[in-house]
Ligand binder design. Structure first.
Ligand code: 15L
Length: 263
């Protein structure tokens, strides 16, 4: 039975994935700073702070795969971003070295690219254009994935998550939505894929208006089946006016926050 460790297991994405991973037949170690209750015999739960190497050791012992969903998921002051998204990630990778983990799937974000213009189709090798300190931390995370593959042979997949929600709720989501069924499917592809070395993949559904192309990683087997367009009628009918900067950039409100207009 494959042993999978998942950090941030108590968060919104963790809640979607936990029962699914168990149903897939993996032995799951679910880790979070908040207490969790095990969902079954094949799930062990662990409460702790990933900046503590002792917690990392308990989290990763015996794991072949790590799904790293922990961390700050919105814009916050730099010290918090550094602690949760940089230092904790470094501890996680050092733990992956100590425990001989085969692969780390890292929750990256579209906000590492959020200053690209809305409507522009980005391939997987698009240049980083972070829209926030949070987005910048995801650039660091993707680079860390590269470092630990090149130098230590730990495979890495950076999952550039769009808007992971039960359903799209605003106009931007018609492009960025990542439905729960597709989330489950893509994470499974990331676990089951053969040798991947180090790569990135967009976490997005098959949205008619999507801005991101996964063509370069079709070998992973990801075939998204959800499309935000199914909700377009309702969303567009109710659409409120959007800040022009948020509308112009892919990162939406992350791009518009603390934005300095050019003369
Ligand atoms: C993210 O990366 C954030 O964690 C989440 O809060 C949303 O803002 C999402 O991206 C999004 O772009 O919709």
């Amino acid at each position: 039975m494959m042993q999978v460790a998942m950090t941030g297991a108590g968060g919104a994405i963790g809640r979607v994935l936990r029962p699914y991973l168990l149903a897939c037949g993996y032995a799951v170690r679910s880790v979070d700073v908040v207490p969790l209750t095990s969902l079954g015999e094949t799930e062990t739960v662990l409460q702790g702070d990933l900046r503590d190497p002792a917690v990392i050791d308990r989290a990763l012992a015996g794991a072949q795969m790590v799904l790293h969903f922990a961390g700050t998921s919105v814009e916050r002051p730099l010290p918090e971003i550094i602690e949760n998204n940089l230092s904790a990630l470094h501890q996680l990778y050092e733990g992956a070295r100590r425990h001989g983990v085969r692969r780390v799937v890292f929750a990256s974000s579209n906000h590492a690219f959020g200053m690209h213009a809305s409507g522009k189709l980005l391939e997987l090798d698009a240049p980083y254009r972070p829209d926030s300190l949070y987005g910048l931390s995801k650039v660091w995370g993707e680079a860390m994935s590269r470092l630990y593959w090149e130098k230590h042979g730990i495979e890495g997949i950076s999952l550039r998550i769009g808007s992971a929600l039960p359903r799209p709720t605003e106009t931007r989501h018609l492009s960025t939505w990542f439905g729960e069924e597709d989330l489950r499917q893509l994470v499974r592809c990331c676990i089951e894929a053969g040798d991947v070395d180090c790569l990135a993949v967009w976490g997005v559904s098959n949205n008619t208006r999507r801005w991101w192309s996964n063509d370069a990683v079709s070998a992973l087997g990801y075939r998204p089946v959800q499309n935000a367009e199914d909700f377009a009628g309702t969303i567009l009918a109710a659409a409120a006016s959007v800040d022009p900067v948020a509308f112009f950039y892919q990162g939406g409100t992350f791009a518009a926050t603390d934005y300095t207009s050019r003369k």
